[in-house]
Design a protein around this ligand. Structure first.
Ligand SMILES: Nc1ncnc2c1ncn2[C@@H]1O[C@H](COP(=O)(O)OP(=O)(O)OP(=O)(O)O)[C@@H](O)[C@H]1O
Length: 346
């Protein structure tokens, strides 16, 4: 059996944003947006990072492209240590590493036609000879389901779904290896969402593309993901292949996210887990397991010790959850109560 190739390997990634204060503008605290996160993505797979707003998903995506320089950790892409690259070499590397944002309107220059935007992307990365660019643009427009002549329009002349297709065309124009899709379909209507997701899936098959999907909604990424990483307040709380995350979720937070997905079949009853309150501040996150302040099953240990998830299996694909309570039940230290079995069987 052929070995899967590691395309992106993130180790102990931290992104702390300093908070300045006082007369001298010193750093008085930090927003711990991403706090010690490690995972690997293999070539040709789709990995999704999910979690509520403010969990550090976008910060992780931005760090991978070095749109923000991380505080600590390593990011290896296709065998290159990204954080050691000069700004110039990082710009070159972006040929292989692209990002699609939620709001393509904000990321497209309103004063440039789509043709100019695509031309610029190809010119910066020097991917297609000048005399072949118009043919390539026509091909790209058709690939993403737009008419070649629409390339002479400005972003405001497109609908939201069409603009997202333009954003995809721009990412594809430089022939990347990995695309970070940051809430790329969240703003679209459900039917358009499905069309765009299908398109992305097709490109993956055709060109062996690798995707890192960022989304707050597990339901949206279910059919596109090979593996899912669940983040809570800057940390990974669970990670596993899509089937096991959906059929056998372990962490109470994952169960809560899953139970929030609407079920189309009214006969099928699922227990809804309501999380109390909002995600706490990443400036002063709770001690121990960061989820303990909202977890219906938290024990004393949960407030004291950070649950471990760090091992090779977790890095590369096994199903793991960082939760003291679930581990204690599995080891026989705790007897499952009615409440626990309820949570385990959502
Ligand atoms: N440049 C920055 N300076 C200070 N704090 C930041 C900065 N960027 C993000 N944060 C903070 O870091 C935390 C994580 O933000 P991030 O955008 O990564 O979360 P997210 O999970 O992607 O949520 P959302 O879906 O709302 O974007 C938030 O508390 C956010 O306010």
């Amino acid at each position: 059996m052929s070995q899967k190739k590691e395309l992106l390997k993130i180790n102990n990634l931290k992104q702390y944003f300093p908070i300045k204060g006082g007369v001298f503008g010193r750093t008085v605290n930090n927003v711990k947006a991403v706090d010690d996160v490690s995972f690997t993505i293999y070539e040709g797979e789709t990995v999704s990072v999910v979690g509520e707003s403010g969990c550090g998903k976008s910060t992780t995506g931005r760090a991978i492209l070095r749109l923000d320089d991380p505080t600590d950790g390593t990011i290896e892409f296709d065998g290159t240590d990204l954080l050691s690259l000069s700004k110039k070499n990082m710009r070159k590397m972006r040929k292989d590493l692209q990002i699609i944002f939620q709001d393509p309107y904000a990321s497209l220059n309103p004063r440039m036609t789509v043709r100019q935007t695509l031309n610029e992307a190809m010119e910066i990365q020097n991917v297609v000879p000048k005399n072949e660019r118009n043919d390539r643009i026509a091909e790209l427009m058709e690939t993403v389901g737009l008419q070649p002549h629409q390339a002479d329009r400005y972003p405001h002349e497109f609908s939201g779904g069409q603009r997202q297709r333009v954003g995809i065309a721009r990412a594809l124009s430089v022939d990347p290896k990995l695309i970070v899709c940051d809430e790329a379909v969240s703003a679209l209507d459900v039917s358009i969402q499905a069309q765009v997701l299908n398109l992305l899936k097709k490109f993956q098959k055709d060109w062996n593309l690798t995707y890192l999907f960022i989304a707050h909604d597990l339901g949206v990424v279910r059919h596109i993901s090979d593996r899912i990483i669940v983040m809570y307040l800057g940390k990974i709380v669970e990670m596993g292949d899509t089937k096991s995350i959906f059929e056998n979720p372990q962490h109470p937070y994952t169960k809560a996210l899953l139970s929030a997905i609407p079920v189309p079949d009214p006969e099928k009853k699922t227990e809804r887990i309501f999380l109390q309150g909002d995600v706490p501040s990443p400036i002063d996150p709770p001690s121990g397991c960061r989820f303990h302040t909202r977890c219906p099953f938290a024990t004393e240990k949960c407030a004291e010790e950070i649950p471990e998830l760090r091992n090779e299996e977790y890095m590369t694909g096994g199903h793991q959850a960082a939760c003291h309570y679930i581990k204690a039940i599995e080891s026989g230290e705790h007897q499952p109560t009615r409440e626990t079995s309820k949570v385990r069987n959502v």
